[in-house]
Unconditional design. Sequence first.
Length: 613
Amino acid sequence: MPTIRRLTSELINHIAAGEVVERPASVVKELVENAIDAGARSIDIALAAGGRERIAVSDDGVGMTPEDAPLAFEHHATSKLALLDDLNRIGTLGFRGEALPSIAAVARVRVTTVAAGASSGVELTLEGGTIGTVREIGGPQGTTVEVRDLFFNTPARKKFLRSPATELAKIQEIVTEHALVYPAIAFRLTHQQRELLRAPAAATLRERAAQLFGVDWAKPMLEIAGTADGLTIRGLVSAPPASWPHRRFQYWSVNRRPVRSPLLNHALYEGYLSLLRRGQHPAAVLQLTLDPSRVDVNVHPAKLEVRFAQPQPVHTLVRDAVADRIGAPPAQVIRQPPGRFSDGAAGPVEHRATGGSFFPSTGPAAAGPDAPLVREPRAGYARIEPGESAARPGPMEPMEPTAASLFTASVIEPLGQLYQTYIVAVVDGTLEIIDQHAAHERWLFEALMADWTAALESGASGGTGALAAQPRLIPQTLHLPAGVVTRLIDQLPLLVKMGLECEPFGRDAVMIRSTPAFLAGAPLEPFLTDLAEEWLEQERESPGPDTRRLVYAIAATMACHGAIKANQLLSREEMRDLLTRLQHRPLAPTCPHGRPLRVSFDRAHLEKLFHRG
């Protein structure tokens, strides 16, 4: 009996659907791209339950005739290819002939469409890929595709979907990507009658970026343009030292197709050279145009990646165009590779191979040949401390190994600051260099976790179960990207318990009513954005919500933004105060993001360095 058999058409359809439709965002992507290819000037996306229950995409494009509409749901049927050579010169977003039949195979679908110039149109319903009813309808030109009960007939796949908030965030990102590439098209996204995104037709990319990310984000961006060897790059890049501790504000398109490309990302960072400090990332909305025959867009089932026939000219064009626009320094500047987390620095840190001393530069107060390495400045800092309960040593939640106090010595004598970032001290005869930001960040984190443990115990005994918060006399309204607002709303109860009371205020803003006391003077917009990005990273790595990890992320982000910064002057009294605090609480040897807090040089080590031993 043969072991190789032909698959049934039903099984073939489900396999094809799995290649294209991974989650609700996949459906939105395919339907939005179909609308763009149909010449739409306005696209409306309506969702329910993060797209799991309902997705409806409406456009005012050319529509389909009653004869074409059923054909659109047959495999390998398309209006965009005719000859084999057409595959080498793809000029549209959709071309596989797989999207609509693949979506229909795993959902209940209703399509209404009226062709351009027609007096009436057609409505089709499908379930599991099979056409049900077909009837004539009237209405305006365009097409609406409504998808309900995604994966209703494949429960094994449905159970792997994330929470509605996570799926919604993915959809918001897809819509944002396409809205940036097509500013002349109006986009609107709603979720259960709540408007999340509205972007009217815009004249320029900068105007569209302002609609999506805010005027304050878009206004300082630099316009970039370059042409070479039949390639064109245009768009916006951030002007140093502006940077972000994440890559979320990086958007690429190739021939007006949103894509991901390690090659293009590498070229972007090469263009910035040493103008980015470690752990910081530029913002970029860049659009590459080239002959379609020089790029393969058919290397990924969902068309998310591309492959260039000649990658080197592409890399060179992007790198040089970015470097020329931002005024990058010469090639002898050695750039530290970008990492994931911010070090809390207030400005760029560069290492220059000058042939002399190899010292970090810290902007206006850079250490030159004649500048003192260690200084005791007169300026002070506003002390940023957790509440009274946090100042007491208390039990830590066992989220990571506990440790001894950073210093157990009885004699601690701070000598001064090195580069306004490191505290130099003598501790019982040992020379210590302490990263002031990392050390204070770790102390705040441990204090917050101790407070959280105490709050949980209080809640179990009938208390509030929340950390102490400082109400704001006047609530503060922050305008944030819609995706950030969505993630914050999803975790509002947990934020309140951590001392941050906020509520949605429109589709792209939140109103802050109270914060932990030690965040009273810290900018909240970057804090909330970083927090949302940290949650996004967790969603990518974890199969489901984990309250323990969420609390850790909130505490770590609060500590990072509330801690003393690098490049911040401290008086000797303030240095001593910080070092004394490090004596009285068990601390791990790194900050919550993994950077070391201190470097020690005892007498034996120093004598070895000077060849005295």
